[in-house]
Design a protein around this ligand. Structure first.
Ligand code: APR
Length: 175
């Protein structure tokens, strides 16, 4: 008999900046200053200039780590900024990408947050192949949930388009 794995991860298609959750996660760069594109620029544009001012105080962020700010003008209460690896195929990159999810979830728990929405970290301008990134994402979130079984948190992965949704559905065994 084969066992069916059911993940406690919600998939949504759309713009992460519109979500009224406790925290949205930003796929940031190490400076934590507004990026030139992608979800980072979308978040800074929607949150307003107060976000940049708060980010200046954080002294950047290392790859795989995460830092928290207020949500400013966003419907989300907080923003968790994490920095994914730039994809080169090096051995440590899957672990660093998994750390982004793990450290973001740890930070959400430390701040008593109960809903969090992730974009597909590193899968845009940082070049991580979408299928690999999706598998790492699903495994990292699932591992964290299994390590924190009594902590109630809604975990959403936001896919920017239908194509990415299909990649995540595949990674979750839903296709
Ligand atoms: N909502 C949800 N997802 C989005 C949005 C949005 N508004 N905008 C872009 N995305 C998706 C992209 O389609 C991609 O699948 O987020 C995913 C991650 O892409 P990037 O934003 O390019 O993030 P990343 O690959 O981690 O690159 C980070 O880009 O903006 C700069 O400062 C940032 O240097 C850093 C780099």
């Amino acid at each position: 008999m084969s066992q069916i794995q059911e993940y406690q991860i919600e998939l949504l298609v759309g713009d992460i900046t519109t979500l009224p959750v406790d925290a949205i996660v930003n796929a940031a760069n190490k400076t934590l200053l507004a990026g030139l594109g992608g979800v980072d620029l979308a978040i800074h544009s929607a949150a307003g200039p107060g976000l940049q001012t708060e980010c200046w105080t954080l002294n950047g962020c290392e790859t795989g780590e995460a830092k928290i700010t207020g949500g400013h003008a966003l419907p989300a209460k907080h923003i968790i900024h994490t920095v994914g690896p730039v994809y080169t195929g090096a051995e440590e990159e899957p672990l660093l990408l998994a750390e982004c999810y793990r450290n973001s979830l740890n930070l959400a728990k430390e701040n008593d947050l109960h809903s969090i929405a992730f974009p597909a970290i590193s899968a845009g301008s940082y070049g991580y192949p979408a299928e690999e990134a999706a598998q790492i994402t699903v495994k990292a979130i699932d591992a964290w949930q299994k390590e924190n079984p009594s902590y109630d948190i809604r975990v959403i992965v936001v896919c920017f388009d239908e194509e990415m949704l299909q990649v995540y559905r595949q990674a979750m065994g839903l296709l």
